[in-house]
Design a protein around this ligand. Structure first.
Ligand code: A3P
Length: 365
């Protein structure tokens, strides 16, 4: 297996430049201890092995991430031209990072010699919460505008600085059935780092339905950003994994317009949008050496062992291969109930998917 390559500073950003001492930093950086007194008083759940979840302001959050979330709330000063990529974990964060990063930096980096060819998307756009829990505030402040960061924080836990700065937010959501299945497989990879007994599927499913999983109830998470996107459409763009999959070109153009760097007619004529979509596609990224064999030496219990852990199938409807019809229907019912009256829908229901399969057995559900 290849280890994470050391990176040169040629990528033209403090963000990229700093990150890639990653191995060493993960080994030596001491996560901030200062919020530990508060965190140790919060409700704890250790059922989702190997994670320790703490309930903070009603939301279950991986313990060490919570240090970052609290630190960001207190210390991060957002800028109006920051771009924040938000998501519930396993909803397409990696893909969103690749797309947004490439759209925004396309004048700096030609697609043929792009940083994404040798870096994982999580190295190109760092998690704000992770930077803060690693105590790397000093690498955030000096970064030149426009900065891009990611976070899994629910809207309710974003800082006043972020909410009031006028910065742009892109949120990606996904069918809860596929999110649960993706989480299940991802957790198995995390579990390979410990010798603790893995959680049974039925228990993990119950915990997901109850929101006792990283970043709480998926429905509440999506609704927070959905409502904001309706109220402030120029500042919050709400995307769906399934729509990105179905119409990548149209959605990439939408993202570029939203970010404020639309594709020019010349770029469109030259096929730049299609090329960018191809660069960021599951097939392309997952086969690159960094993503196929790169090792992550982080000790955090939420960090997977390899970059390949972020690429599994990249399909819509893979829930069929794990969930029983009863489980799928249960999630559909919760989805309908929780989203009632909001105008938001998340994925095809079990019934719609079954009908589609009957009509066209090769169709992706
Ligand atoms: P599956 O486990 O269903 O395959 P996140 O990035 O939020 O952790 O989400 C991970 C999910 O996104 C995984 O889903 C992964 O395979 C999928 N994914 C990663 N990169 C992708 C890409 N470029 N295009 C489509 N899906 C991608």
């Amino acid at each position: 297996m290849a280890t994470l390559p050391s990176l040169s500073s040629s990528i033209n950003s403090v963000q990229l430049d700093s990150k890639r001492k990653e191995d060493g930093e993960e080994q030596t950086a001491k996560p901030s201890q200062e919020f530990d007194d508060l965190i140790s008083t919060l409700p704890l759940d250790e059922g989702l092995v190997p994670m320790r979840l703490r309930q903070y302001q009603g939301v279950w959050i991986p313990e060490h991430f919570l240090r970052g979330i609290i630190a960001v709330r207190q210390r991060f000063t957002a800028r109006p031209d920051d771009l924040l990529l938000l998501s519930y974990p396993k909803s397409g964060t990696t893909w969103l990072k690749a797309l947004a990063f490439t759209i925004r930096t396309r004048t700096q980096h030609s697609l043929a010699r792009h940083p994404l060819l040798s870096l994982n998307p999580h190295q190109c756009v760092e998690s704000l919460d992770r930077l803060f829990f690693l105590g790397k505030l000093s690498s955030v402040e000096p970064q030149p505008s426009p900065r891009i960061f990611s976070s899994h924080a629910p809207y309710s836990l974003l800082s006043e600085s972020i909410k009031g700065s006028g910065c742009r937010i892109i949120y990606v959501c996904r069918d809860p059935k596929d999110v649960f299945v993706s989480r299940w497989h991802f957790n198995a990879k995390l579990g390979s780092k410990t010798d603790k007994e893995p959680i049974p599927l039925a228990r993990a499913f119950e915990m997901f339905c109850e929101g006792v999983c990283p970043f709480g109830l998926i429905w509440e998470h999506a609704l927070g950003y959905w409502k904001e996107s309706l109220g402030r459409p120029g500042k919050v763009l709400f995307l769906k994994y399934e729509e990105l999959m179905e119409k990548p070109v149209a959605n990439v153009k939408r993202m570029a317009e939203f970010i404020g760097c639309p594709f020019s007619p010349e770029e469109e004529k030259q096929g730049v949008v299609e090329e960018l979509v191809r660069l960021c596609s599951f097939e392309n990224l997952s086969n690159l050496e960094i993503n196929a064999t790169g090792v992550i030496n982080a000790k955090a219990p939420t960090a997977p062992p390899t970059f390949a852990s972020f690429f599994r199938k990249g399909k819509v409807g893979d829930w069929r291969n794990l969930l029983s019809p009863k489980m799928a229907q249960r999630l559909d019912e919760i989805t309908q109930e929780r989203l009632k009256g909001s105008g938001l829908t998340l994925g095809r229901t079990w019934l719609e998917a079954a009908t589609l399969m009957d009509e066209n057995p090769v169709h992706q559900v």
